[in-house]
Every structure is written in C-alpha cells, then in structure tokens.
Design a protein around this ligand. Structure first.
Ligand code: F6P
Length: 347
C-alpha cells in the first residue's frame, strides 16, 4: 500500500509531529510506502511530490511548520480546472498515475472539506484535524491551539510589566478568525483585564469603563482582542479587501481601532500589539506534540482498517473516529457560559 500525505491551510505547530507519527507507525506496523505531496492540495493537483520515508522524518518532532509545505489551494475552485478536467478529476488522475492507494489529509475546515468531497468521489481518504483556532466542531481540541495560547500568554505576561512601567493600556490582538478560543484561553491564563471575542460583540463604552477601573486600582490594563471581534454596531476589521481561494476575508486591525478609541475616550495612552503569525511559528508544546503524535498513529491505523471517510478526533482523552464531513459541518464557537466565566475577572 502506498499512502499519500499532505498538509493544507494555515500551518501550525505539530504538523511535523503528525507526519512523523504517520510514517513511523505506517512503516513499523504495516510496511507501507509513503508519498509526500507538497503545499497542500497543490501537490496532488499538480503531481508535485517528495520522498517521505523514515529518514525523511527523523528529527522533525519538535520542529514548527511542515516539511511538506502548505497552501490554501482549493481544488474545488474553477481556477483548479485544467485540460477539460475539474480539480477533483486532476487529483484522482494524479493519484492513479503515482500509484497512491490512499490519502491522509491534515488540515482545517477547508482542507477537510475537499477531503470529504474526494471521499464522495471514491478516493480513499482519512482526515487529521489541525488549526490554532480550535474551531472544529468534531474534536475537543486541535493541535497547534495549545502552542498558540502559550505564545500569546507569554506575550501578555511581558506586556503587563511594560504597561505598568508606563501607565498605558496595552491591547493585544490575537488570531482565531471567527472563534474566540485563543483570546479566551490566553486572556484568562495571562490575567487580561478585558477579553473581546467575535461571539460577543462589545460595547466600547463598557470596554473603556473596565480600562478606567483598572487604572483606578493602580494597575495598567491589558485588553486581549480576537482579530474577529467587533463592536455591537460595527463589522469585523479587515486587513484588506482580498479573499483567499476558499472565500475567507483577511481579518486584522481591530487592536489599533480599539487603542485609538480607548485613548480618545479615556485620555490614557493606549498602544496595540498584533501577535500575528508568531502564534503559528516555532516549536510545539508537549500537549500538541503528544496530541499530534496520537492523531498520526490513529490516522494510519484508520487507513489500515479501511475506515476511509473518517477523521481522527479527540473526545475527552480518547482518540475516536468521526466522519470527515462532521469536522466541517459546524464551527465550534465559544459558548456564552464560557465567556461569562472569564468576564468575572474583567475591570
Ligand atoms: O486559521 C488559522 C489562521 O491563523 C487564522 O487564525 C487567521 O485568521 C488566518 O489563519 C490567517 O491566515 P494567513 O496565514 O493565510 O494570513
């Protein structure tokens, strides 16, 4: 059996740990051969491959990024068609030409959405969920999230000290797209004075009230804001007007917008820090390395047992299998009661 492996969408720490576990388990338990596809769906679409064997995965467990590369290439987009064939047909032809019997697709909702479509078309696919955003409904956690939260928490810890020296309000903009998980966890862990998430549109007057209250208690406020958070009477801040191949807007700018509003309304100096891709880079935490390794091992076992169309997922402490389509059917958002727990510490 020859198994193809690809990593698609935004990268995150732990991808290399999954790739290593897939190859090591596949070779040791089943004697499989592997083909690495470069840059997400672009690899199978264009037949762009790389060697993926045990020597190729030595030493990659602690490394961030992905040795396979990643992209947001969408084989379902019109632009993926070529030579009278759709993107999905091109992938199927290339898999056949390369002698690839089954595919493990590691990705978020977009990558796994394509995997689900390929499965409907008869391709043998198993999915592995990843995203720093932790917004996939079918799994309790995705790897990459814990690392991103720890990076953001460390940044908040550092910002507290300089905010206090200068009596400033510091605003920290974190990633997460339409889900506030990174902001919620990093903000709670870092002792933020206000946490703003997309699921709970904010009132700028109330935010300023919390900021002023914090100054009155002789501490400098830290406001953690998720990139997708927006005021009650306003829309998300966009970095630009472009959309990616899956139709997603590029979020960004709410941190600076808040800093300007806070400064104007409170008269206190306010500055914004945008953590951006720092949250996706570097070495994964122990939690993410273990989760990613378990996902990889269980994914190749799903291949061996013919459980195609399945995605591995974390439920409690167990790795289970769910239909790939379940991963993409519903975004996992922060429930109001979780936000209410954090809100107790605002101001
Ligand atoms: O989905 C992961 C993520 O990092 C989001 O949090 C963020 O909005 C987006 O990807 C950024 O995408 P890109 O790296 O393509 O700019």
């Amino acid at each position: 059996m020859r198994v193809g492996v690809l990593t698609g969408g935004g990268d995150c720490p732990g991808l290399n740990a999954v790739i290593r576990a897939i190859v090591r388990t596949g070779v040791a338990e089943h004697g499989y051969d592997f083909t690495g596809f470069r840059d997400g769906w672009r690899g199978p679409l264009e037949g762009d491959t790389m060697t993926l064997d045990v020597p190729a995965v030595r030493g990659i467990l602690p490394r961030g990024g992905t040795v396979l590369g990643s992209s947001r290439t969408n084989p379902l987009a019109d632009s993926a068609a070529s030579g009278g064939r759709s993107g999905l047909e091109r992938i199927k032809d290339n898999l056949a030409d390369l002698g690839v019997d089954a595919l493990v697709a590691i990705g978020g909702e977009d990558t796994l959405g394509v995997a689900a479509r390929l499965h409907d078309e008869g391709v043998k696919v198993v999915g592995v969920p990843k995203t720093i955003d932790n917004d996939l409904g079918a799994t309790d956690y995705t790897f990459g999230f814990d690392t991103a939260v720890n990076i953001a928490m460390e940044a908040i810890d550092r910002l507290h000290t300089t905010a206090e020296s200068h009596h400033r309000a510091l605003i920290v903009e974190v990633m997460g797209r339409h889900a506030g998980w990174i902001a919620l966890h990093a903000g709670m862990a870092g002792g933020a004075n206000v946490i703003l998430i997309p699921e709970q549109p904010f009132d700028i007057e109330q935010v300023c009230g919390w900021v002023e209250h914090r100054f009155q208690s002789r501490y400098a406020p830290i406001v953690v804001v998720s990139e997708g958070a927006h005021p009650k009477q306003g829309a998300e801040a966009l970095a630009n007007q472009q959309r990616d191949a899956f139709g997603h807007v590029r979020l960004g700018g709410v941190g600076q917008m808040l800093a300007d509003e806070i400064e104007e309304r409170t008269g206190k100096e306010a500055r914004a820090t945008v953590l951006g891709h720092v949250q996706r880079g570097g070495t994964p935490t122990a939690f993410d390395r273990v989760l990613a390794t378990r996902f990889g091992t269980h994914a190749i076992r799903a291949v061996a047992e013919g459980a195609f169309g399945a995605m591995v997922a974390l439920r409690g402490t167990d790795i289970i299998r769910v239909p790939i389509a379940a991963a993409t059917s519903e975004l996992k958002l922060v429930p109001p009661e979780r936000y209410a727990e954090a809100e107790l510490f605002f101001g």
